[in-house]
Design a binder for this molecule. Structure first.
Ligand SMILES: [Zn+2]
Length: 256
């Protein structure tokens, strides 16, 4: 016989079980992150060759913006000499500005973001930043957590494996660390400099966003997964200055 009140025992049991489940979830996340680290890029590329997220609504394959964005990514990636990916661009039919790096070399930009870029130089930096995430394979780390957590909840709630589908909606909720973001920014800016010979207007989009109300919905999604526009502008300007990259130069207009 125990001297402890049954309610206290029940409480201890619940707290204990919750802690065990939380630990299992954490261990799974940790294991998958390590496993992903050891998946070679070639494997990732084969696995996700023709893959698209379940909820992606793409624009027409003849869309001018799609072709221009793909050409721009190709030109930028050319300066990343030994890039192991063949990058594919898709445009998500969403009004909310966002851009993301997805498995296998897929870059998704939203219509909302394309509506807001005012020069090719601005778009080039947004795309270059996503290329930076591929270089550091940040995109797989974010995916690892997503899959593990979906698996965990599917098991808990008795769902079938279709609930494991990877969706843009899930991925946009997961941000990267500040360090991952600033690494991607530096790589992206270097690509822009190599492409144009200057970094004029590369971060102009973020300056415009920073001037506006932070709750402004059009860029809330991009802002939730990327660094604060104000800090980012300062960091980018400082980085360009350290590298001695000109902040003046001829702008390239968008061709749509
Ligand atoms: Zn980023």
């Amino acid at each position: 016989m125990s001297d402890t009140h049954p309610l206290v025992e029940a409480g201890t049991l619940i707290v204990g079980l919750t802690a065990i489940f939380a630990l299992i979830a954490l261990a799974l996340i940790f294991i998958i992150e390590i496993a992903l680290y050891f998946i070679p890029v070639e494997k990732e590329v084969t696995l996700f060759e023709d893959w698209l997220p379940d909820d992606l609504v793409t624009v027409s394959p003849n869309d001018d913006r799609l072709n221009q964005a793909q050409l721009l990514v190709d030109r930028l990636a050319f300066h990343w000499g030994d890039a192991p990916y063949e990058f594919r661009v898709e445009i998500d039919d969403s009004d909310v500005a966002n851009a993301m790096a997805l498995p296998g070399g897929l870059i998704v930009v939203t219509e909302g973001l394309l509506d807001q870029v005012e020069s090719e130089n601005e778009l080039a930096f947004v795309l270059g930043h996503e290329l930076g995430h591929f270089r550091n394979r940040d995109h797989l780390r974010a995916l690892g957590r997503g899959i593990v957590l979906s698996m965990f909840f599917a098991v808990m709630m008795g769902n079938d494996e279709s609930s494991l589908g990877i969706k843009v909606a899930d991925l946009t909720l997961r941000g990267f660390s500040r360090k991952q973001e600033s690494n991607a920014d530096e790589f992206g800016l270097e690509l822009v400099y190599t492409q144009y010979g200057h970094v004029n207007q590369a971060w102009r989009l973020f300056e415009r966003w920073d001037d506006r109300d932070h709750s402004f919905l059009d860029f809330a999604s991009y802002a939730s997964t990327h660094p604060d526009s104000g800090d980012r502008v300062e960091d980018l300007a400082a980085f360009a200055q350290r590298e001695g990259w000109p902040v003046v130069g001829t702008l390239t207009q968008l061709k749509w």
